[in-house]
Design a protein around this ligand. Structure first.
Ligand SMILES: *[C@@H]1O[C@H](CO)[C@@H](O)[C@H](O)[C@H]1NC(C)=O
Ligand SMILES: *[C@@H]1O[C@H](CO)[C@@H](O)[C@H](O)[C@H]1NC(C)=O
Ligand SMILES: *[C@@H]1O[C@H](CO)[C@@H](O)[C@H](O)[C@H]1NC(C)=O
Ligand SMILES: *[C@@H]1O[C@H](CO)[C@@H](O)[C@H](O)[C@H]1NC(C)=O
Length: 192
């Protein structure tokens, strides 16, 4: 290895380490993130026209919705690993977890089919009484199943960004009675 390559690789190393420790676009390995977006469900594909739509533009204003709105080419749930690996997508579809908040995931199902899923940083209150910080609750209503899960991503210690805990397919297993969920969210946008 000559001097120039060595110098270049030293620079590359420093750059890589900087990327790893500070992430890109201002995300830091020392902080905790959650996914934050709504996947519109299997009825939305690349054939659907959803030009830069936002939650506010959805008919009947869904009670749980978080911009950006995301859909996929074939209507399957988005691959969160791929979204996380792509730094631009990652910054658009994640939020920084603040104290007192959790990474939440709302899953709507009808007759065992996924209808849509919303991910966000928020506070979840059970029965208007208790803060929910972990686990899942399910509400069944007329063939419809609504599941809410909460978790807290632990800030990184290893020097790399920590994959948000509210990822993963819906668990839809535990059943517990439930009335009630508050959502706090802000709105922006993205398509696809
Ligand atoms: C949607 O994606 C499919 C491939 O999954 C492609 O064949 C089709 O042309 C696309 N349609 C549009 C409108 O982009
Ligand atoms: C969506 O929004 C972006 C940025 O606001 C804009 O550049 C783009 O043209 C918009 N696309 C459509 C189809 O309206
Ligand atoms: C998700 O599905 C539920 C049940 O069909 C519906 O009421 C709600 O409007 C949908 N949310 C979004 C963001 O489309
Ligand atoms: C998501 O994509 C990654 C890499 O492209 C792949 O290894 C993984 O199996 C995919 N996950 C799902 C649930 O399809």
């Amino acid at each position: 290895m000559n001097c120039v390559t060595r110098a270049k690789s030293a620079v590359a190393w420093v750059f890589c380490i900087a990327c790893i420790c500070y992430g890109v676009n201002g995300q830091s390995a020392l902080k905790a993130y959650c996914f934050e977006f709504t996947w519109l469900g299997p009825t939305f594909t690349n054939e659907t026209i959803v030009n830069n739509a936002t939650c506010e533009e959805i008919p009947n204003s869904p009670s749980v919705c978080q911009d950006p709105l995301v859909y996929t080419y074939d209507g399957s749930p988005p691959n969160l690993t791929n979204m996380w690996v792509d730094s631009e997508l990652r910054t658009r579809t994640t939020c920084e977890l603040s104290k007192g908040e959790v990474c939440a995931k709302w899953t709507f199902e009808y007759n065992n089919f996924l209808e849509n899923v919303t991910y966000l940083c928020t506070k979840v209150t059970v029965d208007s009484k208790w803060p929910m910080t972990s686990g899942c609750k399910v509400q069944n209503r007329g063939g419809r199943r609504i599941e809410v899960c909460a978790c807290e991503t632990q800030p990184g210690t290893s020097g790399s960004l920590v994959f948000p805990c509210n990822a993963g397919p819906p668990s839809l297993h535990q059943a517990a009675p439930l009335l009630l969920l508050a959502v706090v969210g802000v709105l922006t946008l993205l398509t696809r």
